[in-house]
Design a protein around this ligand. Sequence first.
Ligand code: COA
Ligand code: MG
Length: 290
Amino acid sequence: MDARPYRSVLYIPGSKARALEKAAGLACDAIIFDLEDAVAVTEKASARALLAETLARTEYGPRAKLLRINDLASDWGRADLEVLAETGPEAILLPKVGSAADVEALARFLDARPATAETRIWAMMETPQGVQNAPAIARAPRMAGFVMGTNDLAKELGARFRPDRLPLMLALQACLMAARGAGIVAVDGVFNAFRDEDGLRAECEQGRDLGFDGKSLIHPAQIDTANAVFAPAPEELDLARRQIAAWQEATERGEGVAVVDGRIVENLHIETARRQIARAEAIARLKEAM
Ligand code: COA
Ligand code: MG
Protein backbone atom coordinates (compact mmCIF):
# COMPACT_ATOMS: atom_id res chain seq x y z
CA MET A 1 0.00 0.00 0.00
CA ASP A 2 1.01 3.61 -0.61
CA ALA A 3 2.96 4.49 2.55
CA ARG A 4 2.15 8.19 2.32
CA PRO A 5 -0.38 9.67 4.75
CA TYR A 6 -3.84 10.46 3.40
CA ARG A 7 -5.31 12.03 6.54
CA SER A 8 -6.66 15.14 4.81
CA VAL A 9 -7.69 14.94 1.14
CA LEU A 10 -8.96 18.33 -0.04
CA TYR A 11 -11.24 18.83 -3.03
CA ILE A 12 -10.49 21.92 -5.09
CA PRO A 13 -12.84 22.95 -7.88
CA GLY A 14 -10.76 23.06 -11.08
CA SER A 15 -12.62 26.25 -12.02
CA LYS A 16 -11.45 28.30 -9.01
CA ALA A 17 -8.08 29.92 -9.75
CA ARG A 18 -7.81 31.43 -6.27
CA ALA A 19 -8.36 28.06 -4.52
CA LEU A 20 -5.92 26.32 -6.90
CA GLU A 21 -3.20 28.82 -5.95
CA LYS A 22 -4.01 28.65 -2.28
CA ALA A 23 -3.75 24.86 -2.13
CA ALA A 24 0.01 24.91 -2.77
CA GLY A 25 0.47 26.30 0.76
CA LEU A 26 -2.15 24.30 2.67
CA ALA A 27 -1.27 21.55 5.15
CA CYS A 28 -3.36 18.84 3.47
CA ASP A 29 -1.78 15.45 2.74
CA ALA A 30 -3.46 15.18 -0.67
CA ILE A 31 -5.44 17.27 -3.13
CA ILE A 32 -8.30 16.25 -5.42
CA PHE A 33 -8.28 18.63 -8.39
CA ASP A 34 -11.89 18.38 -9.47
CA LEU A 35 -13.47 18.73 -12.89
CA GLU A 36 -16.60 16.77 -12.00
CA ASP A 37 -19.34 17.78 -9.56
CA ALA A 38 -17.64 20.91 -8.16
CA VAL A 39 -17.58 22.44 -11.66
CA ALA A 40 -20.70 23.83 -13.35
CA VAL A 41 -21.66 22.48 -16.77
CA THR A 42 -21.00 25.89 -18.34
CA GLU A 43 -17.45 25.91 -16.93
CA LYS A 44 -16.35 22.39 -17.83
CA ALA A 45 -14.10 23.39 -20.77
CA SER A 46 -12.55 26.46 -19.14
CA ALA A 47 -11.87 24.56 -15.88
CA ARG A 48 -10.11 21.79 -17.83
CA ALA A 49 -7.80 24.34 -19.51
CA LEU A 50 -7.20 26.24 -16.25
CA LEU A 51 -6.35 23.05 -14.39
CA ALA A 52 -3.93 21.77 -17.05
CA GLU A 53 -2.19 25.14 -17.13
CA THR A 54 -2.06 25.41 -13.32
CA LEU A 55 -0.62 21.90 -12.91
CA ALA A 56 2.10 22.70 -15.44
CA ARG A 57 3.40 25.73 -13.54
CA THR A 58 2.54 25.17 -9.85
CA GLU A 59 4.66 23.24 -7.36
CA TYR A 60 2.41 21.34 -4.95
CA GLY A 61 5.32 19.83 -3.02
CA PRO A 62 4.89 16.46 -1.34
CA ARG A 63 1.06 16.53 -1.39
CA ALA A 64 -0.45 13.63 -3.33
CA LYS A 65 -2.27 14.89 -6.43
CA LEU A 66 -5.45 13.17 -7.64
CA LEU A 67 -7.17 14.49 -10.76
CA ARG A 68 -10.90 13.87 -10.76
CA ILE A 69 -12.19 13.76 -14.32
CA ASN A 70 -15.79 13.56 -15.45
CA ASP A 71 -17.37 10.17 -15.93
CA LEU A 72 -16.10 8.67 -19.22
CA ALA A 73 -19.69 8.20 -20.40
CA SER A 74 -20.36 11.96 -20.02
CA ASP A 75 -19.82 14.67 -22.62
CA TRP A 76 -16.57 15.82 -20.96
CA GLY A 77 -14.79 12.79 -19.50
CA ARG A 78 -12.84 11.75 -22.58
CA ALA A 79 -11.62 15.32 -23.27
CA ASP A 80 -10.57 15.69 -19.60
CA LEU A 81 -8.54 12.54 -19.91
CA GLU A 82 -6.89 13.53 -23.23
CA VAL A 83 -5.81 16.92 -21.85
CA LEU A 84 -4.72 15.82 -18.37
CA ALA A 85 -2.87 12.73 -19.63
CA GLU A 86 -0.41 15.16 -21.26
CA THR A 87 0.56 16.44 -17.79
CA GLY A 88 1.78 12.95 -16.74
CA PRO A 89 -0.50 12.82 -13.66
CA GLU A 90 0.37 10.65 -10.67
CA ALA A 91 -3.26 9.64 -10.28
CA ILE A 92 -6.63 9.88 -12.00
CA LEU A 93 -9.70 9.68 -9.76
CA LEU A 94 -12.57 8.13 -11.69
CA PRO A 95 -16.09 9.08 -10.54
CA LYS A 96 -19.14 6.80 -10.34
CA VAL A 97 -17.19 3.58 -10.85
CA GLY A 98 -19.68 0.74 -11.26
CA SER A 99 -17.48 -2.24 -12.06
CA ALA A 100 -13.90 -3.34 -12.66
CA ALA A 101 -14.57 -2.90 -16.41
CA ASP A 102 -14.73 0.90 -15.90
CA VAL A 103 -11.24 0.83 -14.38
CA GLU A 104 -9.92 -1.56 -17.03
CA ALA A 105 -11.07 0.81 -19.80
CA LEU A 106 -9.20 3.70 -18.18
CA ALA A 107 -6.14 1.52 -17.61
CA ARG A 108 -6.06 0.62 -21.33
CA PHE A 109 -6.10 4.32 -22.20
CA LEU A 110 -3.20 4.98 -19.80
CA ASP A 111 -1.27 1.92 -21.03
CA ALA A 112 -1.27 3.32 -24.56
CA ARG A 113 0.58 6.55 -23.63
CA PRO A 114 4.17 6.94 -22.40
CA ALA A 115 3.28 10.05 -20.31
CA THR A 116 0.92 7.96 -18.18
CA ALA A 117 3.09 4.87 -17.72
CA GLU A 118 3.20 5.43 -13.94
CA THR A 119 -0.27 6.95 -13.44
CA ARG A 120 -2.33 5.19 -10.78
CA ILE A 121 -6.12 4.95 -10.71
CA TRP A 122 -8.35 5.86 -7.78
CA ALA A 123 -12.08 5.14 -7.72
CA MET A 124 -14.99 7.13 -6.31
CA MET A 125 -17.16 4.60 -4.52
CA GLU A 126 -20.58 6.19 -4.71
CA THR A 127 -23.08 3.99 -6.50
CA PRO A 128 -24.88 0.84 -5.33
CA GLN A 129 -23.33 -1.08 -8.27
CA GLY A 130 -19.85 0.12 -7.32
CA VAL A 131 -20.28 -0.90 -3.69
CA GLN A 132 -21.54 -4.33 -4.71
CA ASN A 133 -18.54 -4.78 -7.02
CA ALA A 134 -16.01 -3.26 -4.62
CA PRO A 135 -13.76 -6.35 -4.24
CA ALA A 136 -13.24 -6.66 -8.03
CA ILE A 137 -12.77 -2.90 -8.44
CA ALA A 138 -10.13 -2.83 -5.70
CA ARG A 139 -8.14 -5.49 -7.57
CA ALA A 140 -8.44 -3.90 -11.03
CA PRO A 141 -5.27 -2.76 -12.86
CA ARG A 142 -3.43 0.33 -11.54
CA MET A 143 -5.86 0.71 -8.58
CA ALA A 144 -4.33 2.63 -5.68
CA GLY A 145 -7.25 3.87 -3.58
CA PHE A 146 -10.95 4.39 -2.91
CA VAL A 147 -12.61 7.69 -2.06
CA MET A 148 -16.09 7.29 -0.58
CA GLY A 149 -18.67 9.48 -2.34
CA THR A 150 -21.13 9.59 0.51
CA ASN A 151 -23.35 12.36 -0.90
CA ASP A 152 -23.97 10.47 -4.15
CA LEU A 153 -24.41 7.24 -2.27
CA ALA A 154 -27.02 8.72 0.07
CA LYS A 155 -28.86 10.11 -2.95
CA GLU A 156 -28.80 6.75 -4.77
CA LEU A 157 -29.95 4.83 -1.70
CA GLY A 158 -32.64 7.31 -0.73
CA ALA A 159 -30.90 7.48 2.64
CA ARG A 160 -31.22 10.40 5.05
CA PHE A 161 -28.40 12.28 6.72
CA ARG A 162 -27.86 11.14 10.29
CA PRO A 163 -24.92 12.02 12.53
CA ASP A 164 -24.31 8.31 13.19
CA ARG A 165 -24.31 7.52 9.42
CA LEU A 166 -26.11 4.27 10.14
CA PRO A 167 -27.77 4.21 6.68
CA LEU A 168 -24.33 4.30 5.00
CA MET A 169 -22.54 1.91 7.33
CA LEU A 170 -22.90 -1.20 5.19
CA ALA A 171 -21.45 0.59 2.13
CA LEU A 172 -18.62 2.21 4.10
CA GLN A 173 -17.59 -1.10 5.58
CA ALA A 174 -17.99 -3.08 2.34
CA CYS A 175 -15.66 -0.66 0.54
CA LEU A 176 -13.19 -0.56 3.41
CA MET A 177 -13.14 -4.35 3.50
CA ALA A 178 -12.49 -4.52 -0.26
CA ALA A 179 -9.74 -1.89 -0.06
CA ARG A 180 -7.97 -3.67 2.78
CA GLY A 181 -8.35 -7.03 1.06
CA ALA A 182 -6.51 -5.61 -1.95
CA GLY A 183 -4.02 -3.51 0.03
CA ILE A 184 -5.12 -0.10 -1.30
CA VAL A 185 -5.86 3.22 0.43
CA ALA A 186 -9.38 4.03 1.69
CA VAL A 187 -10.50 7.65 2.23
CA ASP A 188 -13.82 8.50 3.91
CA GLY A 189 -16.49 10.81 2.42
CA VAL A 190 -16.94 14.55 3.00
CA PHE A 191 -18.65 16.33 5.90
CA ASN A 192 -20.89 18.93 4.28
CA ALA A 193 -21.39 21.38 7.16
CA PHE A 194 -17.94 22.91 6.82
CA ARG A 195 -18.42 25.44 9.62
CA ASP A 196 -19.41 22.76 12.17
CA GLU A 197 -16.10 21.76 13.71
CA ASP A 198 -17.51 19.49 16.43
CA GLY A 199 -19.59 17.62 13.86
CA LEU A 200 -16.55 17.21 11.63
CA ARG A 201 -14.43 15.92 14.49
CA ALA A 202 -17.04 13.33 15.47
CA GLU A 203 -17.33 12.10 11.89
CA CYS A 204 -13.53 11.96 11.47
CA GLU A 205 -13.28 9.92 14.67
CA GLN A 206 -15.93 7.53 13.41
CA GLY A 207 -14.13 7.11 10.07
CA ARG A 208 -10.82 6.58 11.83
CA ASP A 209 -12.30 4.00 14.19
CA LEU A 210 -13.77 2.12 11.23
CA GLY A 211 -10.28 1.96 9.73
CA PHE A 212 -10.18 4.69 7.06
CA ASP A 213 -6.84 6.34 6.27
CA GLY A 214 -8.31 9.82 6.21
CA LYS A 215 -11.18 12.04 5.19
CA SER A 216 -12.02 13.88 2.00
CA LEU A 217 -12.59 17.59 2.71
CA ILE A 218 -14.31 20.49 1.00
CA HIS A 219 -12.84 23.50 2.82
CA PRO A 220 -9.38 24.44 4.12
CA ALA A 221 -10.86 25.02 7.60
CA GLN A 222 -11.37 21.24 7.86
CA ILE A 223 -7.70 20.28 7.37
CA ASP A 224 -6.35 20.65 10.91
CA THR A 225 -9.11 18.52 12.43
CA ALA A 226 -8.63 15.68 9.95
CA ASN A 227 -4.84 15.81 10.35
CA ALA A 228 -5.14 15.59 14.12
CA VAL A 229 -7.77 12.85 14.28
CA PHE A 230 -6.14 10.55 11.71
CA ALA A 231 -2.63 10.84 13.18
CA PRO A 232 -1.60 8.45 15.96
CA ALA A 233 -2.00 10.30 19.29
CA PRO A 234 1.05 10.74 21.58
CA GLU A 235 -0.43 8.33 24.13
CA GLU A 236 -0.97 5.72 21.40
CA LEU A 237 2.66 6.05 20.33
CA ASP A 238 3.81 5.81 23.93
CA LEU A 239 1.78 2.62 24.39
CA ALA A 240 3.12 1.22 21.10
CA ARG A 241 6.72 1.76 22.24
CA ARG A 242 6.06 0.17 25.64
CA GLN A 243 4.36 -2.80 23.96
CA ILE A 244 7.32 -3.36 21.66
CA ALA A 245 9.80 -3.14 24.56
CA ALA A 246 7.76 -5.50 26.76
CA TRP A 247 7.27 -7.98 23.95
CA GLN A 248 11.00 -7.99 23.12
CA GLU A 249 11.78 -8.74 26.77
CA ALA A 250 9.20 -11.52 26.81
CA THR A 251 10.64 -13.00 23.62
CA GLU A 252 14.13 -12.98 25.15
CA ARG A 253 12.73 -14.95 28.07
CA GLY A 254 11.35 -17.43 25.54
CA GLU A 255 7.72 -16.30 26.00
CA GLY A 256 5.35 -15.37 23.17
CA VAL A 257 3.07 -13.09 25.17
CA ALA A 258 3.69 -9.97 27.28
CA VAL A 259 1.37 -7.93 29.50
CA VAL A 260 1.18 -4.11 29.31
CA ASP A 261 -1.33 -2.03 31.30
CA GLY A 262 -3.16 -5.21 32.26
CA ARG A 263 -3.67 -6.36 28.66
CA ILE A 264 -2.01 -9.13 26.71
CA VAL A 265 0.37 -8.22 23.92
CA GLU A 266 0.95 -10.76 21.17
CA ASN A 267 2.78 -10.71 17.87
CA LEU A 268 -0.20 -9.18 16.05
CA HIS A 269 -0.34 -6.24 18.49
CA ILE A 270 3.32 -5.63 17.76
CA GLU A 271 2.54 -5.37 14.06
CA THR A 272 -0.09 -2.73 14.84
CA ALA A 273 2.31 -0.91 17.17
CA ARG A 274 5.03 -0.86 14.50
CA ARG A 275 2.54 0.37 11.90
CA GLN A 276 1.48 3.24 14.19
CA ILE A 277 5.10 4.30 14.64
CA ALA A 278 5.76 4.07 10.89
CA ARG A 279 2.66 6.22 10.28
CA ALA A 280 3.86 8.87 12.73
CA GLU A 281 7.26 8.89 11.01
CA ALA A 282 5.69 9.24 7.55
CA ILE A 283 3.61 12.18 8.83
CA ALA A 284 6.72 13.83 10.30
CA ARG A 285 8.60 13.39 6.99
CA LEU A 286 5.70 14.92 5.05
CA LYS A 287 5.55 17.91 7.40
CA GLU A 288 9.29 18.38 6.98
CA ALA A 289 8.96 18.38 3.18
CA MET A 290 6.16 21.01 3.12
N1 COA B 1 -9.64 24.47 -1.60
C1 COA B 1 -8.76 25.50 -1.51
N2 COA B 1 -9.10 26.73 -1.08
C2 COA B 1 -10.39 26.90 -0.77
C3 COA B 1 -11.35 25.88 -0.85
C4 COA B 1 -10.93 24.62 -1.30
N3 COA B 1 -11.78 23.59 -1.41
N4 COA B 1 -12.54 26.35 -0.45
C5 COA B 1 -12.35 27.62 -0.12
N5 COA B 1 -11.05 27.98 -0.32
C6 COA B 1 -10.40 29.25 -0.04
C7 COA B 1 -11.13 30.42 -0.70
O1 COA B 1 -10.59 30.63 -1.98
C8 COA B 1 -10.83 31.53 0.25
O2 COA B 1 -9.53 32.00 -0.02
P1 COA B 1 -9.12 33.51 0.25
O3 COA B 1 -9.84 33.96 1.47
O4 COA B 1 -7.66 33.44 0.45
O5 COA B 1 -9.54 34.20 -0.99
C9 COA B 1 -10.76 30.87 1.61
O6 COA B 1 -10.50 29.49 1.34
C10 COA B 1 -12.01 31.00 2.42
O7 COA B 1 -13.10 30.53 1.68
P2 COA B 1 -14.60 30.79 2.17
O8 COA B 1 -15.00 32.17 1.81
O9 COA B 1 -14.69 30.39 3.59
O10 COA B 1 -15.39 29.74 1.34
P3 COA B 1 -16.40 30.03 0.17
O11 COA B 1 -17.68 30.50 0.76
O12 COA B 1 -15.73 30.84 -0.87
O13 COA B 1 -16.60 28.57 -0.47
C11 COA B 1 -17.32 26.34 -0.70
C12 COA B 1 -17.23 27.53 0.24
C13 COA B 1 -17.87 25.13 0.04
C14 COA B 1 -18.20 26.68 -1.89
C15 COA B 1 -15.88 26.03 -1.20
O14 COA B 1 -15.13 25.75 -0.08
C16 COA B 1 -15.76 24.94 -2.22
O15 COA B 1 -16.00 25.15 -3.40
N6 COA B 1 -15.35 23.71 -1.79
C17 COA B 1 -15.11 22.60 -2.65
C18 COA B 1 -16.42 21.94 -3.05
C19 COA B 1 -16.14 20.71 -3.84
O16 COA B 1 -15.05 20.52 -4.34
N7 COA B 1 -17.15 19.82 -4.01
C20 COA B 1 -16.97 18.60 -4.72
C21 COA B 1 -16.68 17.46 -3.85
S1 COA B 1 -17.92 17.12 -2.66
MG1 MG C 1 -19.92 12.19 -6.51
